[in-house]
Write a protein that binds this ligand. Structure first.
Ligand SMILES: [Zn+2]
Length: 929
């Protein structure tokens, strides 16, 4: 086995492809229990990075280990192809060429998006394969394949038919810069400086006598939403105070005699903010007594002449503001829901371009945000109008967390728009999804609580986007009444056309193709919005798992980064529960994110970015794979050059273990094999350890948790094998007669070790395990990956022997330590010159009975002494009761085995070697003749 992974791995990949390893695996596992890890599709718009590398390697390790446990772990990788990032790239090209997107026919634009995605699929496929990821790379899935698009259309049809799909007017997170509604997963929160104002609402109809002539004070950080105000929310559990202003400070907008209604607990803060010097509390009013109070809009008499009712809301903030929340049902989720419950109108105030629409008094044409994402003139105009009306109590600025577009990084607004929604309630989707979570296994278990919390509180699913690159919302709406057409025949025609021609068919066909003969196209409007890409990827189970007989529905496992609780896990759960009544997965596994070595997020500016392509080129994919299995992926993972070097060292130790086995198994044949009961205890101890390791391995594979197992496996190879068992048995392997029982036992155990370790390491270091396996099992169609994990006889387990060896290994540590001291002081050259005299308690005498101590210590002589140890004997603090004195072995050094023995020189035919060596040489000569 030669080093040089970066060169040898591609040769191995070519060999697997030539022998069709993946096809052979499928053939070999036909009829077995299926283990189907359904691939969460990466987005096809760039090279893979370390996070996608981690994800795919982890999937591969799990697939390979399940396969070797005896299952059929067929893996079909896939790609997510539609959506804004690709559309954005193509638009950028147009802009660079001075072209306008809207002048390009939509089908041509979509074709360019398709080619862009297809190109990146090919690049990513090559990059994933290079990492050793085994899968159906010849038949992957993609969300832009016509059959996938057709099934997505059918899935949407199921929601249309069961009544969950509806067209609503609802505030959505809207990006003015991109001109579209955004999904939750497309929103990022950054600090933003907003104008915060306190505004007075005069009480018109008091529900409590103390409110007569008073003004309710609200607080908002979005002054531009004031024209959309239609109500005020209060907390039923809160206590409010009616305050009379006695004296206002200089520059204050308050006047002596003003009566203000505020949350009692925030009274002082608001008065300080508004520059109110002296005040008196004239009454306190419990929140429940506010029910029924009607205010006037602060711009009453200027076009805002409608009642503003006070309504109870459970979201009222009692820490900041005034304890009253101004409700603009078109500009917030809480606002909308509260308004809907109380029959409050939802006005349309802001257009898709961020400008107030023509029907808005005073502010028509003012901009909330400009097309470049900067603040427009709406806030200032609203502030001025409020001040002019005497309604502004105070204003200031506030830095707070505010939603931004993940793509353009521009601030977003909540805007009332006509959109398509999947209801969480109409068909009981929320309850179905929550029940499905209870039936799902989560690794780690905390994921369940997380996803549950999101499903419990999420609003209806907004699935429409005003974009071009995606699967269209294939719905016709009646011009008369606005009801969507629910007809399975029409749906079938649409799906058939999409299956044949792709989703372009929706844009290129005459509506009569789908509507005739039953309906007159003139009676319907065709929807041109496209679907939320999360709906598409949430539906992958329906066009990947269900139709392929070589897979299974539901999937055994979904495995992605923990951010997918918001994304793919979430949308897959809702999509499948809405159409099939259960989750499309039996289990969910999440992993953390990859950080730089410094624990910081990777970024070019920090210079801590590690690219998987570089790791593969410099160290080999097996070293990157070792990093994955050696890391606790439940947490965030770190990677950097020092961490990689550490894993390269670990890799070298594993490789050396395999090399030792190969080197010492040359010429091994079945005739040499011994049964365990014919073996020395040392060999039987190794067999016992193998049974224990096998148990750990199976437990780890079932739990999908590898870093503990990997640590154990590495310790087994480096400490128990290399530094103990191999170290002791080198003498026997190199010097014993070929037919000596001890040597035959050792070689039998090395053969078993080779069998076990090549199989156990195969899912981890797939290239190196294969290389080792082929060295002893050559052949065109031979592969370690076609094997199962070996089944070890339970009769190898010997707990009493294991306990005894634990005692002996402690004893050995003290002896080895004592010899090291002698060697360091140059009193001896090799341990074979030493004769340790061991003083130890009865448990050590008991454990050593029948054991060849010279073999265990790798010395030429040894003795267990009785009585008290001399004061200067060597001791180890963590092995109490053991003391060792190193004496010199008597005799001459055997020139062949280097043992120092009195018998050396006694045989005249072999004057320079010991009896064992003389015998071995004679035997060898006789065998050669
Ligand atoms: Zn010898």
């Amino acid at each position: 086995m030669k080093a040089g992974l970066p060169k040898r791995e591609p040769e191995m990949l070519a060999r697997w492809e030539a022998m069709d390893l993946f096809g052979r695996l499928r053939q070999a596992s036909a009829g077995r229990e299926k283990f189907i890890l359904h691939d969460g599709p990466p987005y096809a718009n760039g090279n893979i990075h370390i996070g996608t590398g981690l994800n795919k390697i982890l999937k591969d390790v799990i697939n390979r280990s399940q396969q070797m446990l005896g299952k059929d772990a067929n893996y079909v990788p896939g790609w997510d192809c539609h959506g804004l990032p690709i559309e954005w790239k193509i638009e950028e090209r147009y802009r660079a060429a001075g072209k306008d997107k809207d002048e390009v026919p939509i089908v041509q634009f979509r074709q360019e998006c398709r080619e862009f995605a297809a190109n990146w699929i090919d690049i990513q496929r090559a990059e994933f394969r290079r990492l050793g990821v085994l899968g159906d790379w010849e038949r992957p899935y993609s969300t832009m394949a016509p059959e996938a698009e057709a099934q997505i259309v059918r899935e949407l049809g199921a929601f249309l038919m069961n009544g969950a799909l509806y067209k609503g007017a609802k505030p959505v997170m809207w990006s003015i810069v991109e001109g579209t509604a955004l999904a939750e997963a497309e929103v990022e929160y950054y600090d933003h400086t907003s104008t915060a104002i306190f505004v007075r609402f005069p009480v018109a109809e008091p529900s409590h006598p103390a409110l007569a002539g008073a003004e309710v004070v609200i607080w908002t950080t979005t002054p531009w939403t004031m024209p959309g105000n239609r109500a005020i929310a209060y907390g039923s559990e809160c206590t409010y105070a009616v305050v009379e202003v006695l004296a206002a400070g200089e520059g204050s907008r308050a006047r002596a005699g003003d009566r203000l209604v505020l949350l009692a607990d925030l009274l002082e803060a608001v008065c300080a903010e508004a520059g109110i010097g002296e005040w008196a509390v004239v009454a306190t009013v419990p929140g429940t007594d506010l029910a029924g109070t009607i205010c006037r809009h602060p711009l009453h008499g200027r076009g805002y002449d409608f009642p503003v009712p006070l309504l109870p809301g459970d979201f009222v903030d009692t820490e900041t503001g005034s304890g009253f929340v101004h409700i603009a049902p078109g500009h917030g989720a809480d606002d909308w829901e509260l308004g809907m419950r109380h029959g409050v109108a939802v006005p349309e105030t802001v257009g898709p371009d961020g400008l107030f629409v023509d029907t808005v008094p005073l502010f028509a044409g003012r901009a909330v945000l400009r097309p470049d994402g900067k603040e427009g003139d709406a806030n200032a105009a609203v502030l001025e109008a409020l001040a002019d009306a005497g309604a502004l109590l105070a204003s200031g600025t506030l830095v707070h967390s505010y939603p931004h577009s993940w793509r353009s990084k521009a601030p977003l607004i909540f805007r009332n728009t006509p959109q398509w929604f999947i209801s969480m309630e109409t068909t009981g989707l929320r309850e179905t999804a929550l029940a499905a979570l209870d039936a799902t296994r989560f690794v780690p278990a905390s994921g369940q609580r997380r996803l549950r919390g999101m499903i419990e509180t999420r609003p209806d699913w907004c699935i429409s986007r005003q974009r071009a690159w995606g699967v269209p919302i294939t719905v016709f709406v009646r011009r008369d009444g606005g009801e969507p057409l629910r007809d399975p025949k029409v749906l079938d025609r649409i799906a058939e056309a999409v299956a044949a021609e792709g989703a372009d068919a929706w844009f290129t066909s005459d509506p009569a193709r789908f509507l005739a003969p039953e309906y007159d196209p003139a009676d319907f409007e065709q929807v041109t919005d496209i679907l939320d890409v999360w709906f598409e990827s949430g539906a992958t189970h329906s066009f990947v798992l269900e139709p392929r007989p070589d897979l299974r529905w539901p999937a055994s496992l979904y495995l992605e980064g923990s951010d997918q609780h918001r994304g793919w896990f979430h949308s897959s759960l809702l999509e499948s529960c809405g159409t099939r009544g259960r989750a499309p997965f039996d289990a969910i596994l999440t992993h953390g994110f990859v950080m730089g070595e410094d624990g910081e997020k990777m970024s070019k500016s920090r210079g801590n970015v590690i690219a998987p392509q570089d790791v593969v080129e410099n160290h080999g994919a097996d070293v990157l794979r070792l990093w994955v299995v050696g890391s606790d992926y439940a947490e965030d993972l770190r990677i950097g050059s020092a961490i990689l070097k550490q894993h390269a060292d670990i890799y070298r130790r594993l490789r050396n273990t395999l090399r030792f086995l190969l080197g010492n198994l040359a010429g091994f044949s079945d005739a040499e094999r011994l049964a365990p009961d014919e073996m020395p205890e040392l060999e039987r101890w190794v067999l016992h350890r193998l049974v224990e390791m096998d148990q750990s391995l199976r437990k780890a594979c079932d739990a999908f948790e590898f870093h503990g197992l990997f640590g154990e496996l590495h310790g087994f190879c480096a400490v128990e094998l290399s530094a103990f068992y191999f170290d002791i048995r080198k003498d026997s392997l190199y010097c014993d007669r070929e037919d000596a029982i001890r040597r035959r036992a050792a070689r039998t155990v090395l053969d078993v070790l080779f069998d076990c370790l090549t199989a156990w390491l195969a899912p981890f270091i797939c290239f190196t395990a294969e290389e080792a396996w082929l060295a002893r099992n050559p052949g065109e169609t031979s592969s370690v990956h076609l094997r199962l994990f070996p089944t070890l006889p339970e009769s190898w387990r010997d707990d009493a022997l294991a306990e005894r060896f634990a005692v002996l290994r402690r004893l050995r540590r003290v002896v080895t330590g004592a010899i090291e001291v002698e060697r360091a002081a140059r009193r001896i050259g090799s341990s074979l010159q030493a004769r340790p005299v061991v003083y130890a308690g009865p448990e050590y005498h008991e454990a050593a009975r029948g054991i060849d101590l010279t073999e265990l210590f790798i010395t030429s002589a040894a003795e267990m002494a009785e009585g008290a140890a001399p004061g200067d004997a060597f001791r180890l603090a963590d092995v109490p009761g053991v003391a060792v004195v190193i004496a010199m072995a008597d005799g001459r050094k055997c020139e062949r085995c280097w043992q120092v023995l009195e018998e050396v020189g006694r045989r005249s035919d072999h004057p320079d070697v010991c009896g064992r060596c003389a015998d071995a040489v004679a035997h060898h000569r006789a065998a050669a003749e």
